[in-house]
Design a protein around this ligand. Structure first.
Ligand code: HEC
Length: 146
């Protein structure tokens, strides 16, 4: 798994290597804004042991493919637009957070989730640009009326 994920990392040239080393050593897990947002807004449903039994089907975001993906787009979409139609009706819906967080807060949260739940994967580039782009893009099944 780690080897597979590492194959997404830039591998050529000394600059890429330096960037990789920097990403490894930067205190990214300690991004306190992202950590605070996660524990205040997400952990209630997603933290193993803290979520209600209803959400036991998806116990931890560490197991969610979105945090391991090569781009943050699906994760950002989920945060901005929530999930209106859950995989199982018993799961309940996930609220949309687009009116709760600004782009910088979503960016901090996404970086935190990546570092926390996919520690072997390289940092995503241009997260804030992706948040701004996806906020403007209409979501599937979202008519923008809310
Ligand atoms: C009220 C409970 C609740 C809160 C709060 C919540 N979620 Fe969720 N979330 C869910 C449920 C339920 C699902 C599963 C829906 C499904 O599997 O169909 C889910 C699924 C997800 C997924 C997986 C999406 C996918 O397509 O696989 C991600 C990623 C996620 N949530 C991130 C977050 C983040 C980040 C936050 C905080 C900003 C958050 N959630 C807050 C209930 C919640």
């Amino acid at each position: 798994m780690a080897v597979y994920l590492a194959s997404f990392a830039p591998t050529t040239g000394p600059n890429a290597l330096a960037a990789q080393i920097e990403a490894r050593t930067a205190p990214r897990v300690l991004d306190s804004t992202g950590a605070r947002i996660y524990s205040a807004s997400c952990a209630v449903c997603h933290q193993p042991g803290r979520g209600s039994e209803l959400f036991g089907v998806r116990p931890s975001l560490a197991l969610n493919s979105n945090v391991h993906a090569s781009t943050p787009d699906n994760l950002i979409r989920t945060i901005l637009h929530g999930i209106e139609t859950p995989a199982l009706p018993e799961l309940g819906a996930m609220p949309a957070f687009r009116n709760t967080f600004d782009d910088r807060q979503v960016t901090a949260l996404v970086r935190y989730l990546r570092a926390q739940f996919a520690p072997d994967a390289p940092d995503w580039a241009d997260v804030e640009e992706s948040v701004a782009r996806l906020r403007r893009a209409p979501a599937k099944g979202d008519d923008g009326s809310s």
